[in-house]
Design a protein around this ligand. Structure first.
Ligand SMILES: Nc1nc2c(c(=O)[nH]1)N[C@H]1C(S)=C(S)[C@@H](COP(=O)(O)OP(=O)(O)OC[C@H]3O[C@@H](n4cnc5c(=O)[nH]c(N)nc54)[C@H](O)[C@@H]3O)O[C@H]1N2
Ligand SMILES: Nc1nc2c(c(=O)[nH]1)N[C@H]1C(S)=C(S)[C@@H](COP(=O)(O)OP(=O)(O)OC[C@H]3O[C@@H](n4cnc5c(=O)[nH]c(N)nc54)[C@H](O)[C@@H]3O)O[C@H]1N2
Ligand code: SF4
Ligand SMILES: [Mo]
Length: 747
């Protein structure tokens, strides 16, 4: 007897949805009966996960109806943070929020309303559209820490960011501060398969990670010293004659200036700065330059080293160019924006924000690259060349710490309202104590989330958001990829949850933006975006069911067919005229790690260890999923890593609770002694809070107790001067055992 179920006879529909718990958006087949999910599994036909799901992905059904989910709009009743809520309707919520924003705009100007987001999760073009029409330039994310500065530096130098890599044909892969073995699991299996076929792998990471285990060369550098290493690699490649002189001759400007500039940055110079031997620096540079084609895949670390971040991105960009590893088979590809579908930027209505309001964007006077001055210039160049600009929602943001400061000080002008969507700033932005103070100080706070996070707990309104399986999804890299991977909604949102898109649309309509929001559902908006692709579909669902993906034919050497690169000179600008125009060094100048023993000897006396905060660990995604006991079971408590030699020096043993302290504050995590981290370096996990504890203020789920962002720095002088990204990696700290008396077990 066959045990195969006849789905049709059972009334079960199979939907092509996706897991929504990280950027991978792994394809899922979701089995739906009577509007309810009865089963799901990885979609074997989805090109990235090919049927697999990680442990986090496997809790999708638990997440869908978890007892801690926010299911109805909530309005604060008692004091801020007291946890007393009144259930209201969406209509009442939108009406009251809209009225309040209108009043604030009349009194303080539209710029007094700011919005905060997190990692690319939802349709942020809708938020930007709302903000442009409302008149405020103060939308922001913490993506300042996550690729945005990289994208803009690379686009300044060669007209787009080569974030798509042609790995199948590559001979050498550099994973620079990236650990796909814990952060990008579907990709890791592909890398392992290529390694078996001879791909050379170089891993640059202070920790011996899941990925370092696959490396031909592992470079355990001092956190934050990436710039010194990149400069030394350029030196080796140029002075050992390993550069691609034909590519340089034909396609680059500024090589002579670069050659002169780089002469002193030898491997011997970099040795004491990076803690890597000159021989290893030389050998790794040679491996990258001689195994062509090769890739330097983006990893998040360089975006997070603070002061030297922008210069390190410049140096990394130059490495690709001088080796000729740009836009050829097997190399890092300059795809440009899609020429075929409506991009995120085209959905944003940036032209509606006046010059006068653009000029008020907070932080744009100090950090010019990912704010209106730099974005405006780069958008002008890319529009001329590609016909389109990068997504403004990500590449042109207010500077988050400057917004929090404006809330706290009223300077340079007051910020009175903050709308938070898809982020938990207390745990994910920098200098958490300051961020928390700003969230408490702001006059009007609204949060859109699945959970009552510490941030939501402080809010005046909390809106219940539809998540995995309850919403359609278009996956594209911060709206900048030229391909589409599409998933459909498996079920209508449960309870009274809605998508973020509906929140911004309804709020926009309340504030007189009706004519600009023609699409009633997210599917309608998506259909508008893909209609021009020529598949002849009548609905978005029809597209997903029949096609699901759109991958344009790969075209190499676009700079040949298009007559150059999208830069002012039409060449790869090793000496960057765009950066120079913005007032930044056109060649990468050496800047030491944000805090270090050479530039800050006094600080190093008190805080003798080097700190790096963060790195993705399974099963959590930033500060998400800590409520889900099936995941918490896998990682019950926060752990810091320290080398046994350093631990012995400070009397720390495996499993001890320890304080980790920087000049900004201290947190506690449990000690994990491991040879897999370089001596003198401390690594802390990110995201931690304890939703099982009292969530009311001041406890707020212990959101500062083990939260690594208490330790990080957002001081202007510690930020990258170009982008304003702040410092999470390459700081100074000390560690000491938690006294029996002040020890709290994580519950
Ligand atoms: N110290 C340190 N700090 C870091 C990092 C680090 O390595 N070290 N990494 C940085 C990086 S790379 C990033 S990208 C950021 C991430 O920072 P965030 O994106 O702010 O990450 P989370 O703290 O997990 O907050 C996401 C919140 O959004 C909710 N959510 C998820 N999906 C949706 C949705 O579709 N709509 C809505 N409305 N809510 C949703 C989740 O429940 C969660 O509460 O953190 C950065 N912070
Ligand atoms: N499990 C899990 N997966 C995730 C996430 C998550 O929170 N959890 N977040 C997602 C997001 S938004 C992002 S952006 C990606 C990021 O994913 P990745 O780009 O892989 O970045 P991380 O995992 O943050 O850090 C990678 C490695 O950098 C090393 N590192 C620390 N400091 C330095 C330094 O100064 N220099 C160098 N060269 N290396 C250093 C760390 O030891 C770590 O192993 O992961 C995504 N995937
Ligand atoms: S959480 Fe896991 S299953 Fe879900 S998208 Fe990310 S890697 Fe895929
Ligand atoms: Mo990220």
């Amino acid at each position: 007897m066959s045990t195969k179920i006849d789905l049709e006879q059972e009334g079960i529909e199979v939907k092509k949805a996706c897991c929504y718990f990280c950027h991978q958006n792994c394809g899922c087949l979701v089995y739906v009966k009577d509007g309810k999910v009865v089963h799901f599994e990885g979609d074997p036909e989805y090109p990235t996960n090919t049927g697999g799901l990680c442990c986090r992905g496997n809790v999708n059904m638990i997440h869908l109806d978890h007892e801690a989910r926010v299911n109805y709009p909530l309005k604060r009743k008692g004091a801020r943070g007291a946890g007393e809520w009144e259930r209201i309707t969406w209509e009442q919520a939108i009406d009251e929020i809209g009225t309040r924003l209108e009043t604030l705009r009349n009194q303080f100007g539209a710029e007094a309303v700011a919005t905060a987001g997190g990692t690319a999760r939802t349709d942020d073009w809708a938020r930007r559209r709302f903000m442009n029409l409302f008149g405020s330039p103060n939308g922001f994310h913490n993506s300042h820490l996550c690729w945005i500065p990289t994208f803009m530096v690379e686009t300044a130098i060669y007209g787009w960011s080569p974030f798509e890599i042609d790995l199948g044909l590559s001979r050498c892969l550099v994973l620079w501060g990236q650990n796909p073995g814990a952060s990008t699991l579907p990709e890791m299996s592909g890398i392992s398969a290529l390694k078996a076929k001879g791909l050379k792998i170089i891993v640059i990471d202070p920790r011996f990670t899941e990925t370092a285990a696959k490396a031909d060369l592992w470079l355990p550098l001092r956190p934050g010293s990436d710039l010194a290493l990149a400069l030394a690699w350029i030196n080796v490649i140029i002075y050992e004659g390993l550069a691609d002189y034909e590519f340089i001759e034909e396609n680059c400007v500024g090589f002579n200036e670069l050659m002169e500039h780089i002469g002193d940055f030898t491997p011997e110079w970099a040795e004491p700065l990076t803690g890597l031997s000159a021989d290893l620096i030389r050998e790794s540079a040679q491996m990258y330059a001689t195994n062509k084609p090769g890739n330097i895949q983006w990893g998040v670390s360089i975006d997070q080293i603070g002061k030297p971040a922008g210069a390190a991105m410049q140096a990394r960009a130059i490495l690709r160019a001088i080796t000729g590893n740009l836009d050829c088979p097997g190399a890092d590809l300059l795809t440009g924006p899609s020429q075929e579908f409506v991009t995120d930027e085209e959905m944003e209505l940036n032209e509606y924000l006046s010059e006068e309001q653009r000029a008020k964007q907070l932080g744009s006077d100090k950090f010019k690259l990912v704010t209106w001055p730099g974005y405006g210039r780069i958008a002008e160049i890319t529009k001329k060349y590609w016909g389109k600009a990068p997504t403004a929602e990500w590449m042109c943001e207010a500077h988050p710490p400057t917004v929090y400061n404006a809330i706290l000080t009223g300077k340079p002008y007051p910020v009175k309202a903050l709308l938070v969507s898809a982020t938990n700033p207390v745990n994910s932005y920098g200098e958490s104590k300051k961020t928390l103070a700003a969230l408490k100080a702001v006059d009007f706070l609204v949060t859109c989330d699945y959970w009552l996070t510490p941030t939501a707990m402080l809010s005046d309104y909390v809106l219940p958001i539809a998540g995995s399986f309850e919403r359609p999804t278009i996956t594209s890299t911060y709206g900048c990829s030229d391909f589409l991977m599409c998933s459909q909604r498996a079920i209508q949102p449960m309870y009274e949850r809605r998508t973020d898109f509906e929140f911004w649309r309804d709020l926009g309509i309340k504030l007189g933006q009706k004519e600009h929001w023609p699409w009633e559902t997210l599917e309608d908006a998506y259909l508008y975006r893909i209609k021009g692709l020529g598949y002849g579909v009548e609905s978005y669902d029809e597209f997903v069911e029949n096609y699901r993906f759109h991958f344009p034919e790969r075209e190499y050497f676009k700079y040949k067919s298009r007559g150059g690169f999208a830069t002012p000179s039409g060449k790869v600008e090793l000496y960057s005229s765009v950066l120079e125009e913005l007032g930044y060094p056109p060649l990468p100048q050496y800047i030491g790690p944000t805090e270090n023993e050479i530039d800050n000897p006094e600080l190093a006396k008190e805080y003798p260890l080097v700190l790096t905060t963060g790195a993705g660990v399974m099963p959590f995604h930033h500060s998400e999923h800590f409520q889900v006991k099936e995941l918490r079971f896998l990682r019950h408590e926060p752990h810091m890593q320290i080398n046994p030699d350093s631990a012995a020096e400070y009397g720390i043993q495996e499993g001890d609770w320890v304080w980790i302290e920087t000049k900004r504050g201290r947190i506690k995590q449990k000690a994990n002694l491991t040879e897999g981290i370089r001596p003198g370096t401390v690594f802390t996990e990110r995201g931690w809070w304890y939703p099982e504890r009292d969530m009311c203020d001041p406890e707020l789920g212990g959101c500062l107790e083990s939260n690594t962002n208490v330790l990080t720095s957002t001081a202007d002088e510690d930020c990258d001067p170009m982008s304003g990204s702040w410092a999470n990696r390459g700081l100074l700290c000390k560690v000491y055992k938690v006294d029996g008396a002040d020890r709290t077990e994580a519950r």
